[in-house]
Design a protein around this ligand. Structure first.
Ligand code: PLP
Length: 369
């Protein structure tokens, strides 16, 4: 049996270990938030935004941000049908109704025309998720948001390193969120971040993230509202500081891996991979292959071929509306069809050329078969 190829794995160096050890040894008492504050400041600077709040996860960051926008019962929030459950769970927890719209066939991100069609008097927010590092059409989405007075939010969990016309993914919406889960390009094990340029959203989310205690509140142990507890730990933030100092290197390597796959697989007949806008950058979190309908190549065949070669390839996200707790939106034809003929490829930073070759040969074998 060939050696196992995992699909993701973080890139951890001596620097991450040193920063974590220093935080464990020294940062307690008065210094118990030192690494958190440093990580937040560095992250805000990297993204070009004025405010950043470290959280325990991206899911938590989304929950805080949506609560900060007062999303609640009776409201609707529009997002792509193709997504991980994390992008919709906070909407449901807040009592709002998710409205699932179709994706575009080339970027696999939300279709702005479908978004505008679904806007009602109840629409409270639009969530733009940059799927697999691919970019949403932010010009179109922001124009729609402005036309209707509805905030556009970016879930940029998969898009660190992605850039839309000179602006980093996550920095263009009312707020943006990130994940530092162990599978993501930059990791703290578990963790997330909320970023915004809006001082009012920042203050509200900061209070909500601190059990509802506002910054100006002089009384101790005095919450002004019922909030949340979604904080990142200081030791995780120390790891994040080390990762962030390496962010250019981490993203560059992910892009190299995507490029290597695209060079070889992107030219196969009937095969599409993650696109890059001409005036943008794809952070290349998850190299993905989508077969055209006419090829007849199906997910199950791809899964079986990768399993036979001991390679951990993953399925493209199922349409959320097809999950048992939602109502099937079968008119979202791209979201319902693409996953049945697509697969995510292994892309960890230190994957070697021989392993990329093994992965490519599996795909080539499926084309020939
Ligand atoms: C990973 C991911 C999340 C969830 O992140 P957690 O940190 O695990 O909560 C949310 N949205 C998207 C788009 C993701 O890829």
């Amino acid at each position: 049996m060939n050696a196992r190829i995992p699909y993701t794995r973080p890139s951890i160096t001596e620097r991450e270990m040193r920063y974590a050890a220093a935080a464990v040894a020294n940062e307690w008492g008065d210094r118990c938030y030192d690494s958190i504050h440093r990580f937040e400041a560095m992250f805000g600077q990297h993204l070009g935004v004025s405010h950043a709040i470290a959280t325990s996860s991206c899911t938590g960051a989304l929950h805080l941000g949506l609560a900060g926008l007062s999303v609640g019962a009776g409201d609707e929030v529009i997002l792509a049908d193709t997504n991980w459950i994390a992008s919709v769970a906070p909407i449901v927890h807040l009592g709002a109704t998710p409205v699932f719209v179709d994706i575009l066939p080339d970027t696999w991100c939300v279709d702005p025309i479908r978004v505008e069609r679904e806007i009602t008097t109840k629409t409270k927010a639009i969530v733009a998720v940059h799927l697999y590092g691919n970019l949403c059409d932010m010009d179109a989405l922001r124009a729609i948001g402005e036309r209707h007075g509805i905030p556009v939010i970016e879930d940029a969990a998969e898009a660190i390193g992605s850039v839309w016309k000179g602006r980093r993914a996550g920095s263009m919406g009312a707020f943006g969120t990130f994940s530092f889960h162990g599978t993501k390009t930059l990791t703290t094990g578990e963790g997330g971040m909320l970023v915004t340029n809006d001082a009012a959203i920042y203050e509200r989310v900061l209070a909500l993230s601190n059990h509802g205690r506002t910054r100006g509140q002089p009384k101790q142990f005095w919450p002004d509202m019922v909030g949340f507890k979604y904080k990142m730990s200081n030791v995780q933030a120390a790891i994040g500081c080390a990762q962030l100092e390496r962010v250019e290197e981490l993203v560059a390597r992910k892009r190299e891996v995507l490029y290597a796959y695209r060079q070889r697989l992107g030219r196969l007949p009937g095969v599409a991979m993650n696109p890059e806008p001409p005036d943008g950058v794809n952070g290349a979190w998850m190299p993905t292959v989508v077969f055209a309908q006419h090829t007849g190549v199906a997910r199950e065949r791809l899964q079986a071929a990768f399993a036979a070669d001991n390679i951990d390839a993953r399925v493209f996200f199922w349409p959320l509306s097809g999950l048992p707790m939602f109502t099937p939106a079968r008119s979202n034809t791209n979201a319902w069809s693409i996953p049945s003929r697509a697969i995510n490829l292994p892309s960890f930073h230190d994957i070697c050329a021989q392993d990329i070759d093994r992965v490519c040969r599996v795909i080539e074998g499926c084309v020939d078969a």
